[in-house]
Design a protein around this ligand. Structure first.
Ligand code: ATP
Length: 304
């Protein structure tokens, strides 16, 4: 993976809530400047814990986190002033309108008054700004929460499952908003999700965490290679040496007992191998794609 400048870099980040029960192990997150980084993993994998550590919401003073090229903990005030975030449910004032909600946060951030109009425009809520937040749909609430996160003009947005619970329209709106923030406002975005389908349409880079370990990090194209390289075909045939000889120049093959285990890139290669064998009078008793832990993981994070 070609990485220019990294906005977030963790080095062997470990974390446990209780001694002896590791939640995160050796996480080397690398979020490039200008990227939309999709942080994927099944429920309980450690996504929220990682994001909370990146925001200092969980205290960890060891300097294994660098953001904007600075050690996070000693520089956290300066670093956080450049980050907008949305972790867990947005805390909005239901009885206040969209622009009043923004005004409350603007006062605490000390941002310019005209910034309210700008962020309402960016998230597409200008026409609903006088409505009470309690009358907003979940998608609108989420966009208002993102508007609040944008008030202080951050360079980096960290969003924990921002499309959770949204209907398909709401999901598309958030996706388009994030794309716009990234492309037109040059904001680097780290977004977590438990579904590949929710981030693959916008993410330039992906990290996959499972049971507290980062098991993949790279571009979409690299993910494709990683997924397919994980396929193994097991074959039972009548003539093992002949069957092996016929395909050994194109595939990596291992013999285990009376079985051949063949590393393949895609399912089309199953048909290719079967055709070669049938043409050469090999009797095939069984062909099966082996399930690996990785495949189970992909089934969990790929939209069912
Ligand atoms: P989800 O989408 O379900 O929130 P996640 O990938 O964000 O999943 P985390 O919330 O980071 O996962 O949780 C990772 C592990 O840490 C889980 O086993 C969870 O039970 C545990 N955990 C989270 N918060 C705490 C806490 N405050 N104290 C103890 N254990 C915790």
């Amino acid at each position: 993976m070609i990485i220019n400048k990294l906005i977030i870099e963790t080095r062997n980040l470990d974390f446990s809530f209780h001694q002896g029960i590791p939640i995160l192990r050796d996480i080397n997150l690398q979020v490039p400047a200008g990227s939309i980084y999709g942080f994927l993993g099944p429920n309980g994998a450690g996504k929220t814990t990682t994001l909370r550590l990146l925001l200092g919401l969980i205290k960890q003073e060891e300097s294994s986190i660098q953001i904007f090229g600075q050690d996070f903990w000693p520089n956290r005030i300066a670093v956080l002033s450049r980050i907008g975030s949305l972790i867990e449910q947005p805390s909005l004032y239901a009885h206040l309108s969209g622009s009043e909600n923004l005004e409350v946060f603007r006062l605490s951030y000390g941002s310019d008054k005209k910034r309210i109009g700008e962020v309402l425009d960016i998230v597409g809520l200008s026409s609903a700004k006088e409505k009470k937040a309690r009358e907003y749909s979940l998608g609108m609430k989420q966009r208002l929460a993102i508007a609040i996160a944008l008030l202080h003009q951050p360079d980096l947005l960290i969003l924990d499952e921002p499309t959770n619970g949204l209907d398909p329209n709401g999901i598309v709106e958030i996706r388009e908003l994030l794309r716009k923030l990234n492309q037109e406002h040059s904001i680097t975005i780290l977004i977590s999700s438990h579904l590949l389908s929710e981030v693959e349409k916008i993410a330039t880079h992906l990290g996959i965490i499972n049971q507290g370990k980062l098991i993949f990090q790279g571009t979409q194209a690299e993910l494709q290679q990683f997924k397919t390289a994980a396929l193994t075909l097991s074959a039972e045939v009548n003539d093992l040496p002949k069957a092996t000889a016929l395909i050994k120049n194109s595939f990596v093959i291992k013999q285990v007992d009376r079985q051949l285990l063949i590393s393949i890139q895609n399912k089309e290669q199953v048909a290719e191998i079967a055709q070669i064998w049938v043409k050469n009078q090999i009797d095939i008793y069984q062909l099966a794609l082996l399930k690996s832990d990785l495949e189970d993981l992909f089934i969990q994070i790929i939209n069912a």
